[in-house]
Design a binder for this molecule. Structure first.
Ligand code: C2E
Ligand code: SIN
Ligand code: SIN
Ligand code: FE
Ligand code: FE
Length: 390
């Protein structure tokens, strides 16, 4: 016997009750951080007791677990905090077993061994729900839900939170894939550029590490987080991508450039910015975190703190920090390298030149940060000697 299937004619159209999708914000093209905040707002409509959502990412190469995103505004008790997963035995158990954990009374951790537990406790959170995140069976981090009330995570609450935890995990996978795609695009573009850029691959290796060294050394003073510093490292090799648009007779000229040629040469900053905008649009990555760091590096690495640079003649702090950092790394490596138009200078002579340029063309603090780390600078130079690509 076949069941009688309803025909279109017999189908009734129900009018929906007025319904508002509390997750509508997730449809928008906004950074992941804002999506997490929106998700948190939506959850609070259902369960006002959920006071915090945080995401930590695990790096299997280093065993490091880093707090990556959180929804709790500026009151994140784990800012700049990272730990080895091996040092957090109870978190390690969650990932080993592949099962979430409920703590309905954090006070049961009477003498927490771990800094992260102490910080969460000090912030007043009394209960937590921790879900491990997996992508095709591979562990990549945790989602944490925290509440101020003890016993907040009842079976009913957990039943609703589980799909939300998985949704957050999927949003994160999406973002991490984008970063992966962009860095692949960057590597490929770098290859193509080097087919005719006289600057070598080892110049990129060195100047990106000088840039990271300067940024890390300014981190305390400017409250720079690891994520920003890593992005400077990742993006700085693209600073001269706009040289793709400069004709060979100028780019490869073995002598000094004329005034007219210099004007053409200077367009490499604006051209670079256009290429990057193109890259981000073509890969649909325009909402990527720190995309502006990439743009700023390409556009403003030849601005001067006294306003005499190009393309816009910005001065001082109007020049984004990432561009001021990369400028110092770039000039230092240009001076200590051989170019078609000049011989390589000694470090001694280059440092003297940087000191003279400090406060004029270059940011003094960035210059000091490089000079103060001379040992590190020399290590980088040892490790990445001139290669034959150029
Ligand atoms: P680049 O070779 O990567 O140099 C980057 C920056 O390092 C230069 O920016 C400049 O600030 C500094 N720099 C490099 N060599 C010297 C030097 O011998 N003395 C001093 N005081 N500073 C130096 P700038 O000047 O805006 O130049 C941008 C790009 O234009 C250079 O990138 C290079 O590709 C090209 N360029 C500049 N001058 C010449 C030149 O005389 N001949 C040729 N063929 N290209 C040049
Ligand atoms: C944890 O590792 O998550 C808590 C254990 C502790 O801090 O003692
Ligand atoms: C966190 O909430 O970010 C980690 C602390 C924990 O619940 O173990
Ligand atoms: Fe440049
Ligand atoms: Fe350069």
């Amino acid at each position: 016997m076949f069941m009688r299937l309803p025909t279109y004619r017999s189908r009734r159209v129900y009018t929906m009750p007025d319904h508002e999708d509390i997750y509508t914000a997730l449809n928008r093209n906004i950074p992941l951080k804002e999506k997490l905040v929106c998700t948190h707002e939506a959850i609070k409509q259902l369960f006002p007791c959920i006071a915090r959502i945080a995401v930590a990412i695990y790096d299997p190469d280093t065993n490091v677990l880093k707090t990556y995103l959180h929804s709790s505004g500026d009151t994140n008790p784990l800012e700049n905090y990272q730990a080895l997963l091996d040092d957090a035995p109870s978190l390690k158990a969650i990932f080993r077993q592949g099962r979430p954990r409920v703590i309905n009374n954090m006070l049961t951790f009477e003498n927490p061994e771990h800094e992260h537990t102490r910080r969460i406790g000090r912030a007043g959170y009394a209960a937590s729900y921790t879900m491990p995140m997996f992508n095709n069976g591979v562990f990549f981090g945790f989602v944490f839900f925290n509440a101020f009330e003890t016993d907040a995570f009842t079976p009913e609450v957990l039943h609703e939170l589980d799909p939300i935890g998985h949704m957050i995990s999927l949003m994160l996978i999406n973002e991490l894939e984008s970063v992966h795609t962009l860095s692949a695009a960057i590597r490929t573009t770098g290859h193509i550029t080097h087919l005719r850029d006289p600057e070598t691959g080892s110049h990129m290796d060195r100047m990106s590490r000088f840039s990271r060294l300067i940024a890390a050394s300014l981190a305390g003073e400017y409250a720079l987080d690891d994520d920003y510093i890593e992005h400077i490292f990742m993006f700085s090799p693209l600073h001269d991508i706009g040289k793709i648009g400069i004709p060979d007779r100028i780019l490869l000229k073995p002598g000094k450039l004329t005034e007219q040629e210099t004007r053409v040469m200077h367009t490499h900053t604006s051209v670079g910015r256009e290429i990057i905008d193109d890259l981000l649009a073509n890969f649909a990555l325009d909402n990527l975190a720190h995309a502006d760091v990439l743009r700023n590096i390409a556009a403003y690495h030849h601005e001067a703190v006294n306003g005499s640079g190009y393309p816009e003649g910005r001065s001082g702090n109007q020049i984004p920090l990432e561009a001021r950092i990369v400028a110092v790394a770039d000039v230092f490596d240009a001076l200590t390298s051989r170019r078609v138009y000049k011989e390589a200078w000694s470090n001694e002579r280059a440092f003297e030149a940087l000191k003279e340029l400090a406060g004029q063309k270059l940011d003094s603090k960035c210059v000091d940060a490089l000079i103060e780390n001379r040992d590190e600078v020399e290590k980088i130079q040892q490790q990445f000697k001139e290669d034959s690509i150029g």
